[in-house]
Design a protein around this ligand. Structure first.
Ligand code: NDP
Length: 400
């Protein structure tokens, strides 16, 4: 049915490669391209051994538009699944427009020299994609991604008006390392060290980093200290569901993780400002990334599970109602299936499903869209089939 290019051979790329290969009726021709060819070849070998599907591989610098265009013109994919870094979003979108290819990613654009992410840069491509008759699907991982689909599903089936949205993200896994991040360390540390921000009564409320916190109880896990941080899907969700009065994103962090993070910041290792070291210019956070464990390699001894969901309060048929929809994902089961841990798995599976929705024509319209702007039903059905089953609870006395 479809030809796709996956760009990025990290933890998430590993999962996307396995999942597309498991669905050869939809993904008929697959090319995995990244900066380091040997990583693509290693993933392709693992995928072949597990699924019997052969992937093509290629080297590409996704910061370089002409190089991307040449690759796209050579392979002629229908869709690019971008699971490289947020820095590459705009160059890949430019190349898609030039070569006439549709686009999907899992994280919004972030300039490399400024720790700031927002949708404005990518939303500015809306008219260009419309005119070209191409689809761009933004933020199709778990959060952003499934969090937006859950919200759209809740709006469609369970509420007349949604008022309070809390996205609750718990990683109760243990990888046995004193400090490691679950996805790209540079992007992760930039995200979690910034100020907190949430939406209330039509405006953004900014807090100090990790200022608001409380224990939240997660299914099958129990209470975990959870912190309000800013997360990109809040921006599109409050725009697409304007009845929401308050929207917050909560993430769990262990004390050990936060202590390491504080030290890293205090000694300047989280800085994105280049410094000279022995005559060479280095960016501290990029150097730090090189010393930290590779998130893609955490899987082997990773125990425990993640639990991510949406807790929503609002009104249905004149009555106040609450709705909680979530998935729990085991790190061990993710590793056994794909060789990657649960955070990569929960991101890569929705990226594959989004690509499947596009190729099946369910999520296909010219322009640039966040996931909640599409019909959530076929995506929700696919989550149950492809490894991220969801559960729902009605009428819970939600503590957040
Ligand atoms: P990794 O760092 O493990 O992998 C990133 C990959 O992109 C690497 O293979 C890297 O190449 C490649 N890459 C980087 N720069 C370039 C470039 N210029 N040209 C070509 N390839 C390049 O990251 P993850 O797999 O953990 O994360 C991938 C994406 O998923 C990130 O954007 C992240 O923000 C997003 N994400 C989204 C989540 C969600 O739920 N929505 C959750 C987790 C992650 P090399 O191997 O040579 O370094």
């Amino acid at each position: 049915m479809g030809k796709v290019i996956i760009i990025g051979a990290g933890g998430v790329g590993t999962v996307v490669a396995h999942k597309v290969a498991q669905n050869p009726d939809v993904f008929t021709d697959i090319l995995l391209a990244s900066r380091t060819l040997s990583k693509c070849d290693d993933i392709a070998a693992a995928v072949l051994a597990k699924t019997g599907t052969s992937l093509k591989t290629a080297k590409v610098d996704a910061d370089n538009v002409p190089e991307l265009v040449a690759l796209f013109n050579d392979f002629r994919p229908e869709l690019v699944i971008n699971v490289a870094l947020p820095y590459q979003d705009l160059t890949i979108m430019d190349a898609c427009l030039e070569a006439g290819v549709n686009y999907l990613d899992t994280a919004n654009y972030e300039p490399i020299d400024e720790a700031k992410f927002e949708y404005s840069w990518q939303w500015a491509y809306r008219e260009k994609f419309e005119k070209a008759g191409l689809t761009a699907i933004l933020g199709c991982g778990f959060d952003p991604g499934v969090s937006g689909v859950y919200t759209a599903y809740a709006a469609k089936h369970h509420f007349d008006e949604m008022h309070y949205l809390d996205i609750v993200d718990c990683n109760a896994g243990d990888h046995g390392k004193a400090f490691a991040t679950n996805f790209n360390p540079e992007i992760n540390i930039r995200e979690v060290t910034q100020k907190g921000k949430y939406w209330e009564n039509g405006q953004w409320i900014v807090t100090e980093p990790h200022e608001i916190h409380q224990p939240i109880s997660y299914p099958n896990i129990g209470p975990k200290e959870s912190y309000v941080i800013y997360h990109e899907e809040l921006e599109s969700l409050v725009k697409n569901f304007p009845t929401i009065k308050r929207a917050r994103f909560w993430m769990t962090f262990g004390q050990e993780y936060l202590t390491h993070l504080r030290v890293i910041q205090n000694i300047g290792m989280a800085s994105i400002v280049p410094i000279m070291y022995n005559g060479v210019e280095i960016v501290p956070i990029q150097f730090l990334k090189a010393t930290l464990p590779n998130p893609g390699d955490l899987g082997e001894n990773y125990t425990g599970e993640t639990s991510i969901g949406c807790r929503i309060k609002g009104v249905k048929d004149g009555k106040e109602v609450t709705y909680y929809v979530y998935n729990n994902c085991s790190h061990k089961a993710s590793y056994e299936e794909t060789g990657a841990q649960g955070v990569s798995y929960t991101t890569g599976v929705p990226a594959m499903i989004g690509a499947m929705m596009f190729l099946k024509g369910e999520w296909k319209k010219a322009g640039v869209y966040n996931v909640e702007e599409f019909n959530p039903d076929p995506f929700m059905e696919a989550l149950n089939i492809h490894g991220l089953p969801w559960h729902e609870v009605h009428g819970l006395d939600l503590e957040v």
